[in-house]
Design a protein around this ligand. Structure first.
Ligand SMILES: NC(=O)c1ccc[n+]([C@@H]2O[C@H](COP(=O)([O-])OP(=O)(O)OC[C@H]3O[C@@H](n4cnc5c(N)ncnc54)[C@H](OP(=O)(O)O)[C@@H]3O)[C@@H](O)[C@H]2O)c1
Length: 334
């Protein structure tokens, strides 16, 4: 039985995994795929042949515009409206500097009464409360479990700490920078490590979004806001991982330390920063490997440590299904 009609915004790494997952397993949860958009247009799913062709594109890792039913110029909001979608799942690239076109798309979807589940951090990192208020007035759900640590329930943990005395958060939140630092430890140059991370599809198209801390800044901002502290990504100080030389990173390892990109929020003094620093062996952040994230919440003078996988794309897609299940439970109360 179909419980909810879903429109997917974005057909890249995560979008393809998400479409595949919905087409293969959606029935289990009552999720029906009614359309998909990318940067140049949309596919409005008309029948089984459209689904088969989507799966073919995914198998060959091709662009949405190669789909026989591709409608050039039909944007995400128009596509969602034309297909009667109740829920939009957003997996488009971030746009931290201007917020566009992301903000316009989110607002138009919410205005039309379409609930949103997103892996894209842009809008919540720029103005979490403003957008949550906007959505609440329009009675739409916003699910964002995939925005921080994707595979590990970081947002659920932060929600579970509301009302507690959380003084700070220290975390390794950007898998790509962590992966690059790990390769540099092994002897690669930054240039070689970045090339390898790109080949592993771990980097945003503009890799400085990861290595200069914007991605981690967006995540720490969303965590802080989830805990009730109002902050925007613009207030987070950032420095690039390259602030440490390749030699310094390897020297740190020989001395029993590791250089990590640390996202830090002092929720009391309102200090927010992302910076590379040496961490010692007894620090939980030392253990962050490859795509692993580690988050330390300081709560009432004790540390609560959350540790687990972030991406890759297939796992991020699965986490978005958790949001759909949550949505289906909550929608009658919206
Ligand atoms: N990779 C992960 O594991 C992971 C984990 C957590 C969160 N995220 C977030 O998830 C989002 C997607 O990541 P990704 O790796 O899938 O990115 P990606 O591979 O770059 O794919 C982005 C997709 O968005 C489409 N797009 C661009 N502008 C659009 C617009 N205006 N309207 C509709 N679609 C548009 C692109 O279209 P074209 O195909 O036409 O270029 C492309 O299909 C990002 O915000 C990322 O930060 C990713």
């Amino acid at each position: 039985m179909v419980e909810v009609n879903v429109f997917v915004v974005g057909f890249g790494n995560v979008g393809k995994e998400l479409v595949k997952l919905i087409l293969r397993e959606g029935q289990k949860y009552g999720i029906e795929l009614v359309g998909v958009s990318a940067s140049k247009g949309s596919v409005l799913v008309g029948g089984p042949a459209d689904k088969v062709n989507l799966l073919r594109l995914i198998e060959k890792d091709e662009k949405l515009e190669n789909h026989p039913s591709f409608k050039p110029g039909v944007g995400s909001v128009e596509g969602a409206l034309l297909t009667g979608a109740e829920l939009a799942m957003i997996v488009m690239p971030p746009s931290y500097k201007t917020g566009e076109p992301n903000t316009t798309i989110y607002k138009a979807l919410a205005e039309a009464g379409i609930s949103i589940i997103t892996a894209d951090k842009t809008v919540l990192a720029r103005d979490y409360q403003g957008f949550m208020d906007y959505a609440k007035k329009r009675g739409v759900y916003i699910g964002y479990r995939a925005t921080v640590a994707a595979g590990t329930p970081a947002i659920d943990s932060a929600k579970g700490l509301r009302g507690r005395d959380v003084s700070s958060i220290r975390a390794v939140l950007n898998a790509s920078s962590n992966y690059i630092l790990g390769l540099v430890e092994k002897g690669l140059s930054f240039e070689e490590a970045i090339k390898e991370a790109k080949a592993a599809k771990l980097l945003e198209p503009d890799h400085t979004v990861d290595t200069h801390g914007l991605d981690a800044a967006a995540k720490i901002t969303i965590l802080a806001n989830t805990l009730g502290v109002r902050v925007s990504i613009d207030e987070v100080d950032r420095s690039p991982i390259e602030e440490y030389s390749e030699e310094e990173i390897r020297k740190a390892l020989n001395e029993g330390f590791r250089v990590k990109q640390v996202a830090f929020a002092d929720l009391v003094k309102r200090v927010f920063k992302v910076y590379p620093t040496r961490v010692s062996r007894d620090d939980p952040l030392y253990r962050a490997e490859k795509e692993g994230n580690v988050i330390v919440f300081s709560v009432e003078n004790e540390d609560i440590v959350l540790e687990g996988p972030a991406g890759p794309a297939w796992r991020t897609a699965r986490v978005m299904i958790t949001d759909v299940i949550d949505y289906l439970e909550l929608r009658e109360y919206l």
